[in-house]
Design a binder for this molecule. Structure first.
Ligand SMILES: N[C@@H](CCC(=O)N[C@@H](CS)C(=O)NCC(=O)O)C(=O)O
Length: 241
């Protein structure tokens, strides 16, 4: 096997799995506990923050964590799903959106998922979640506008890229998590009409379908998805890492 993907169903590893499937590369997988506090010392040795996803490349001996970093590593190694570094204009567009997805949209989504970690009392988490939820909605409006303006088939006008899969999964999670108050409802996702149209097309891809099946996920991938997971119980107030 070329790679090992560390995963827990419907966590950030889902993006990586879609890209591995799209690239048609060999990989095996190692399932880890859903909660960071239940993960092994061996896992923490691969990522000191103890978070998924992690991809180990057996050909090079590299181990990569952080969703955006793994995506770029795979695209560069396989010369696919991102404009090559010398195509400077197209590469710049890919980099700016990839980083926006990673350090803005995904980061704010994480605050909605784990709002209790940013406060010292559980009740305060609700205010933090409400503020982060509004930010997620604002980001989706901006992304929707970008798709409307470029009128391209894919998120980047240069073609299908790692950004499509990352965007799709963020929009998925925005509708599902946290179970008691996800940022986007299955009704208002349709108000982001260009985004929904793009993701409807993307979720038909065989790579996306295979990735869902391998994580035991039923229903649509990106638009009006259904959660495969029981609700998470907040258990670690004030322990953001
Ligand atoms: N910025 C990180 C975020 C990773 C992250 O938040 N991973 C979550 C899964 S989606 C995790 O491992 N959470 C377990 C926990 O915090 O208990 C990345 O993009 O890789």
């Amino acid at each position: 096997m070329s790679y090992t993907l560390y995963f827990s169903p419907d966590s950030a590893n889902l993006v990586i799995r879609m890209v591995l499937e799209e690239l048609c590369v060999d990989y095996d997988e190692e399932e880890v506990a859903r909660k960071r506090s239940e993960r092994s010392a061996a896992f923490f040795a691969l990522n000191p923050r103890g978070l998924l996803p992690i991809l180990v490349d057996h050909e090079t001996g590299s181990s990569v964590f952080e969703t955006g970093a793994i995506l770029l590593y795979l695209a560069d190694k396989h010369c696919d799903l991102a404009p090559e570094p010398r195509a400077l204009q197209a590469r710049a567009a890919c980099l700016r959106w990839l980083f926006m997805l990673s350090n803005t949209l995904h980061a704010d989504l994480a605050i909605t998922f784990y709002s209790e970690r940013y406060v010292s009392r559980l009740e305060e988490g609700r205010r933090v979640r409400a503020a982060a939820t509004q930010r997620v909605i604002d980001h989706l409006e901006l992304l929707n506008r970008h798709i409307e303006e470029t009128a391209a088939e894919c998120f980047l006008s240069s073609g299908l890229s790692i950004c499509d899969f990352y965007l799709g999964c963020c929009v998925r999670w925005a509708q599902l998590y946290p179970a008691e108050g996800a940022a986007v409802t299955s009704t208002n996702i349709m108000s982001f009409s260009s985004l929904a149209r793009l993701l409807r097309r993307l979720e038909q891809r065989p790579s996306v379908q295979r990735a869902l099946e391998k994580e035991g996920i039923r229903g649509s991938a990106f638009v009006k998805p259904v959660s495969p997971l029981p609700p998470r119980v907040p258990d670690d107030v004030g322990t953001v890492s």
